[in-house]
Design a protein around this ligand. Structure first.
Ligand code: PLP
Length: 416
């Protein structure tokens, strides 16, 4: 299968998927360091505006080793919870590199960030008042909702008139009132309109909106334009990549023009999550059963939705590659099947009606572009063990970077 993405990119390097599974078990997440670094650099270099930083949104993939690499690549980071802040600190990030984008949090959670000197983004007038009471005279950021959203699925549209996120852009004067009341300094404003856009227009439109909000505030240090940069999940059908050079050019023009009017080269940030992590990861799993139920073929694997939730949660498509156990059998035959996991729910489906090279028991499947929102959404549902994570280093070496859960992990927190 020479057209496979893994072959074109030499994804597994000198390792073959069967050997990786033998060595690290199945299922297993495999990451490629070179691809991860490339994506970091593409985002960091998106525009030629001079004061620009890419801020990795770590909820996409917060493996400690990947976080360290992102830091080497000069990425800033955002966190969505105290847990993410804790992991970022463990990876070596300093308070001034972390941006806590809060959403409906308790006073304790807000203090957790404030006590560490981490800048907090506030999501509502109600929480801005809470912040003012906790940290009067402090620095803060406010997340606005520009009234337009984008995304591949309703669940990942994170702005627009029908979502819970951000402060309505009509409330600028209310925000100013609260800032004044608590003597707060507004360091910056941010937005995030949604996830997985593959053409830049909605993003540019949202940038225009946030810039029009930004100019109503004096002396901002930064404006954060949000993430959502998409990747082509349908590579096997020839889906095009997001045209970064075109988007970058338009953005550069906008940002230069705006900061000239504003009278200051404010720092502009973007918040890519998926774009950084998705394509560097593949999920390998093993085929344990082939069956036909009333005319439908099923390929039964160990990749339940506890391991990869995206297909079930968002109806997402992932390209699937077949790695045959033996080269001889069925090389030119094809089949159409539902590829399913081992969880006790009929919705446990990775791919529906997928045309594949004919699969047999013992074959390995590669679920591609699984580096973002893969492991980070994995669970112990059905008391299954979350898989191991393995990194293929630039040097070619394959190293374990997170152990598979153990059975003991499943009862660790019980009071016995
Ligand atoms: C999830 C999220 C991101 C990253 O989204 P991607 O689609 O993965 O780029 C950025 N900013 C915020 C506030 C988020 O919640």
């Amino acid at each position: 299968m020479s057209e496979y993405y893994s072959v074109k990119t030499s994804f597994y390097g000198k390792h073959c998927p069967h050997d990786l599974v033998k060595r690290f078990g199945s299922p297993v997440y495999i990451y490629n360091e070179r691809i991860f670094r490339e994506r970091c650099r593409e985002m960091a270099g998106l525009v030629s505006y001079p004061n620009f930083r890419a801020n990795y949104s770590i909820k996409a993939n917060s493996n400690l080793e990947l976080l360290k690499i992102a830091r080497e690549e000069g990425m800033l980071v955002d966190a969505m919870s105290p847990g993410e802040i804790y992991v970022l600190e463990a990876a070596g990030y300093q308070a001034n590199e972390i941006f806590y984008i809060s959403n409906n949090v308790s006073a304790e959670e807000m203090k957790f960030a404030v006590d560490r000197g981490i800048l907090v983004s506030i999501d509502s007038l109600s929480q801005l008042k809470l912040f003012g009471r906790i940290n009067p005279g402090g620095k803060v950021a406010v997340r606005f909702n520009p009234g337009i959203g984008a995304g591949h699925h309703e669940k990942v549209m994170t702005a627009g008139k029908k979502t819970k996120f951000g402060v309505n852009m009509d409330f600028v004067s209310e925000v100013k009132g609260i800032l004044k009341e608590y003597d707060l300094k507004l360091a910056g404003i941010n937005q995030h309109i949604g996830s997985l856009f593959l053409e830049g227009n909605a993003y540019l439109e949202s940038v225009n909106s946030i810039l029009s909000i930004a100019k109503q505030f004096e002396d901002l240090e930064f404006v954060d334009l949000g993430g959502g940069f998409g990747i082509p999940y349908h590579k096997q059908e020839g889906q095009e990549r997001l045209d970064l050079s075109m988007l970058g050019e338009s953005l550069t023009k906008l940002l230069l023009q705006w900061s000239e009017q504003y009278g200051k080269n404010v720092l502009f940030k973007i918040e890519p999550g998926r774009y950084i992590a998705a394509e560097c990861g593949a999920l390998l799993g093993t085929v344990h059963a082939i069956k036909q139920n009333y005319g439908t073929n099923y390929v039964g694997t160990d990749m339940g939705f506890n391991v990869l939730a995206r297909p079930v949660m968002y109806d997402s498509h992932h390209d699937i590659e077949v790695y045959k156990n033996s080269d001889i059998s069925g090389a030119n035959e094809e089949m159409v099947a539902n590829i399913v996991g081992n969880i006790c729910e009929s919705g446990d489906i990775i791919a529906r009606g997928r045309r594949l090279q004919k699969v047999e028991e013992g074959d390995i499947l590669g679920v591609m572009d699984a580096g973002a929102y893969g492991y980070s959404m994995a669970s112990n549902y059905n008391n299954r063990l979350r898989p191991a994570e393995v990194l293929i280093r630039e040097s070619g070496e394959a190293v374990l970077i997170r152990k598979r859960d153990t059975l003991e992990d499943l009862i660790r927190n019980f009071i016995i």
